[in-house]
Design a protein around this ligand. Structure first.
Ligand SMILES: [Zn+2]
Ligand SMILES: [Zn+2]
Length: 384
């Protein structure tokens, strides 16, 4: 059956590459991925999948299914297809979605002979909005035994954690006044915000190494000759675990309070939970690593300080056994850069996409054919 799976991915490879190129050329940001969702759904339908569009009341989400003999176990391959504002597919999600389709198509080629089913989930808005979080809340992941996806990178790793995150919106309110003739009458909200950034800069040396605090000013005043009576910013606060991310968040909020005290501006904030930390399922990750190496694709050693972001796959991994491995598409490139965007449209990028599709399909085959393996996956898993 392994050969049949691999042959099916190879047979679809031309169409998958063409689709990866088309999605790359038509970048759509979070929750607006109308074309991508449509093209991916159509390709799955042409291959015999039953596709439900707009699941979880998200117009650009979908769930495609190929039933075998019975409902369980169910293996889901996750497709991301949102682009970044301004810089397009600089996270390579055009390769993520086509790899998920390739894996689904590969495993579906033998699913009629197997128990359980093959699912491909179209999960919008990973870069902001968190389609998977909404889909989890609205029950789209119910009955899934293993969730797999891949992400392009500058290295190859079967398992790596990701950061838990918080988002923070802040607002300082001051008092407008003529900036030259009566500055002493004003309360400078922008100064308060700048003070908050300075406080955070000083806080950094007392934060744990895995913590990340980064922000932008979204409003800083109307004109240079008016003391700004309002200033706003958004921040992201992250750490390897939720508890420390929350501790760091509270310290950052205190930085704002202190700035408000110093400037006599009023301070308001709104915190929202970002993504959860990724909890990779070890048996699933080990199987993926074995399958990837059997395809002749080497795996890098886990670096001492892996480069980490946050992903809504973290939330999935807290609820069901999941993996989020990485395959190299180019050396010395970083995500969210123009170089990464170029790499997502190269032969090396397409080769990584197709190899990831095969390794995921073979891992799915292990889940469907090996009850002992399924038990191992479940044994080590405790929902967070
Ligand atoms: Zn990204
Ligand atoms: Zn990404």
């Amino acid at each position: 059956m392994r050969d049949d799976v691999l042959k099916a991915v190879d047979a679809a490879s031309g169409e998958l590459i063409e689709l990866a190129k088309r999605i790359h050329a038509n970048p759509e940001v979070a929750f607006q991925e109308v074309k991508a969702a449509q093209w991916l759904s159509e390709m799955l339908e042409r291959r015999g999948f039953k596709v439900e569009r707009g699941v979880a009341q998200l117009p650009t989400a979908f769930r495609a299914e190929m039933s075998g003999d019975g409902a369980r176990p169910a293996v889901a391959f996750l497709a991301e297809y949102d682009a970044l504002p301004e810089i397009g597919h600089a996270c390579g999600h055009n390769l993520i979605c086509t790899a998920a389709l390739g894996a689904g198509i590969g495993l579906a080629a033998v699913s009629a002979r197997l128990p359980g089913k093959v699912v491909v989930l179209g999960t919008p808005a990973e870069e902001g909005g968190g389609g998977k979080v909404v889909m989890l809340q609205r029950g789209v992941f119910a009955g899934i035994d293993a969730a797999l996806m891949f992400h392009p990178a500058s290295y190859t790793l079967a398992m790596r954690p990701s950061l838990a995150s918080w988002r923070l919106k802040v607002k300082f309110l001051g008092k407008a006044a003529h900036a030259a003739s009566a500055p002493h009458e004003g309360i400078n909200a922008l100064d308060a915000l700048i003070q908050m950034f300075v406080n955070i800069g000083l806080l950094r040396q007392q934060l744990r190494e895995d913590a990340r605090v980064h922000g932008i000013i979204t409003y800083g005043g109307a004109a240079a000759n008016i003391i700004p009576d309002r200033a706003e910013a958004t921040f992201s606060i992250r750490a390897i675990d939720r508890a420390y991310a929350t501790e760091a968040l509270e310290k950052v909020i205190d930085c704002g309070r202190a700035a408000a005290t110093a400037t006599r501006a009023k301070f308001e904030f709104e915190k929202t939970k970002g993504y959860d930390a990724m909890k990779p399922n070890r048996p699933l990750g080990d199987a993926f690593a074995r399958n990837l190496e059997s395809l002749g694709w080497p795996i890098d050693p886990l670096p001492e300080r892996p480069k980490m972001g946050s992903t809504d796959m973290g939330d999935v991994s807290q609820q069901i056994p999941a993996i989020h491995p990485y395959l190299i598409i180019g050396k010395d490139i970083v995500g969210h850069s123009l170089e990464f965007r170029e790499a997502a449209l190269t032969e090396q990028g397409f080769k990584a996409m197709l190899t990831a599709a095969k390794a995921m399909a073979l891992t799915g085959l292990d889940v469907l054919t090996n009850p002992t393996f399924l038990k191992e996956i479940r044994a080590g898993f405790h929902p967070g």
